[in-house]
Each structure stands twice: as C-alpha cells, then as structure tokens.
Write a protein that binds this ligand. Structure first.
Ligand code: CP
Ligand code: NVA
Length: 303
C-alpha cells in the first residue's frame, strides 16, 4: 500500500478488502468494549481548510480509541494561513506527528503536502476527492447486501468530489456505476476515462430516471459543495429534477438502499421522507466513518 491515501485509485482491490476486514475486526472490538490500542503514543495532525463535523469527530475519536492522540489545526490559525510554504509545513509536521489528515480546497496542495512529508498523509476531502467517505460507503453496503461488487450503483446530482470518488471506487471494485448530472455538472472527464481504461463500467447521463432504473444503491450529495456556496441559487435551478425522492426510488430495485455522505439539505437533493425512510442506510454510513478510518489509520501508521 502507498505511504499516503489521497485517492481510492492509490489502492488495489486487495488493499480495499484488507481495510474492510480490519474494519470488521475493530468495529466488533469497539462494540464489545475490548481495547485495541494499535497506535499507542502516536499523534495524528488534522489540518482543516473547510468546515467538518463527521470527519473531524471520527478521526479524533478514532485516534483516541486506538490509544493515540489527534491534534485539530484550522489552517487559518496556523502559519500556513499567513503564507508559510506547504513544503516547509509538511517537513516540520513530519518531525512532530506520526500521520496527517488534511481537508483542503486544492487537491494539488494536498499532493504537495504528501510529497514533502515523511509520514502518511490522508485525504479528509479535497475539491477533487473524498476517499475515506467512499471506503466507509462501500463498507456500509457490505453490511447490508451480499457481494457489493456485483451490485448496480447510481449517483444522482453534482459531478463533484464524491462523484469522482465513486468513479474511482467503480474502477477498484469493478461494479457498475451510473451517474446522472445536469448538463455542465458532469464529473471530471479525465477521472472517467482513467477509470474506464481500468475496466470500470460507467454510464454518464443527464436523466436521473435512466440512472436509477433497477439499481441496488442510490447516492447523492448537496448541490453546492463547500466553496460553491455563491452558486447556490443558479444550482437550485440547474439541479431541479435531480432529487432522490419516493418517486425516483420506485424505479430502483425494491430492496435498494439509499446513501448520502451528509450533511444533507433535506428536500433539496433528497427528501426528508427518503432520509428517514426504511431504505435509508445514511446513519449507518455516517457511523462507519469512525470504524473504517480507524482501520486506515492503523494500517498506514503501523510501526
Ligand atoms: N461527510 C463528511 O465528510 O462530513 P463532514 O463535512 O461533516 O466531515
Ligand atoms: N461534496 C461535499 C461533501 C461534504 C462532505 C463538499 O465538498 O462540500
């Protein structure tokens, strides 16, 4: 496995399944109250350029449960916020911490940080990808369905960091993925073509009904991600028909499950009834961020 985890495309299927297996083990230990201090005395530095609830809390609690410590750094209150070069910060933090998790706007900045670090660097969401979320999402599917690799998945909404990560996931795990976005909001075309070259079966459409027909797993995310708040009004118009609601859900397999990385804007990209409905596995998905990330931390930071 690579030193860093910046994108799911960094991993093989074996890497992914090893993380699932350790996640199952650690989740069981956590639920039984059995100590699992795999990172005793280690420190994770957590750098945030953007807001977070789940990522911050699950990484911080996860490090505590692994016997280590996590340090929250809002980038604006560090010297990085005053222009200290990324490469200098990366080298300095490598001398203090055992790993870094960073949430950035620019994915290139995250790559530069990782290249200049001597310790593992984990992507806690960039404008391009949200890989930890995807591992938690796929793991959650394995808890609800047989053979996650044989299922049909759809993405309804913005071709954003989450959609790009689902495309990488389809390449690594080899499942069928359909993506419905409004025109002009398609996912990154380079990521799509690399995934297709790696054998991924991806359908891109501007019709949410075509994407949802007969699928086993439906996914969506906010219409205006962090950094796009100023476009909220124009996006509300563009994304009007791209809501996961009970009507769209009727087109999917009757046993289909619905996912959302959260935070959700209820009654925009997904109705309140679907979030609270029987087919929603959204809150299991959120909890699994903790269990999956502990497995990722324990694997990358193992001494
Ligand atoms: N899903 C997710 O990453 O949530 P936060 O923005 O709250 O961390
Ligand atoms: N696409 C969203 C995900 C938040 C977890 C964003 O980037 O804001």
């Amino acid at each position: 496995m690579n030193k860093d985890f910046l994108a799911l495309s960094d991993w093989s299927l074996d890497d992914l399944e090893a993380i699932f297996s350790l996640t199952r083990e650690l989740k069981k230990k956590q639920q039984e109250g059995t100590p699992h201090h795999l990172l005793e005395g280690q420190t994770l530095g957590m750098i945030f350029e953007k807001s977070s609830t789940r990522t911050r809390v699950s990484f911080e609690v996860g490090m505590f449960q692994l016997g280590g410590h996590a340090l929250f750094l809002h980038s604006g209150t560090t010297q990085m916020g005053r222009g200290e070069p990324i490469k200098d910060t990366a080298r300095v933090m490598s001398g203090y911490c055992d790993g870094v998790m960073a949430r950035t706007y620019s994915h290139a900045a995250l790559e530069e940080f990782a290249e200049n670090s001597y310790i593992p660097v984990i992507n806690g969401l960039s404008d391009l990808y949200h890989p930890c979320q995807l591992v938690a999402d796929m793991f959650t599917v394995t808890e609800h369905k047989e053979d996650y690799r044989k299922l049909k998945y759809c993405w309804i909404g913005d071709g954003n960091n989450m959609a790009n990560s689902w495309i990488n996931a389809a390449a690594v795990a080899g499942f069928e993925l359909r993506i419905a976005t409004p025109k002009g909001y398609e996912p990154d075309s380079k990521i799509v073509s690399l995934a297709e070259k790696a054998g991924a079966k991806i359908l891109l459409t501007n019709d949410p009904r075509e994407a949802a027909e007969g699928v086993d797993v439906l996914n969506t995310d906010v219409w205006a991600s962090m950094g796009h708040e100023a476009e909220q009004e124009e996006r509300m118009k563009a994304f009007g028909g791209f809501q996961i609601n009970s009507e769209l859900l009727k087109l999917a397999d009757p046993e289909a499950v619905v996912m959302h990385c959260l935070p959700a804007h209820r009654d925009e990209e997904i109705t309140d009834a679907v979030v609270e409905g029987k087919q929603s596995i959204i809150f299991n998905e959120a909890e699994n961020r903790l269990h999956v990330q502990k497995a990722i931390l324990a694997t990358l930071m193992a001494r």
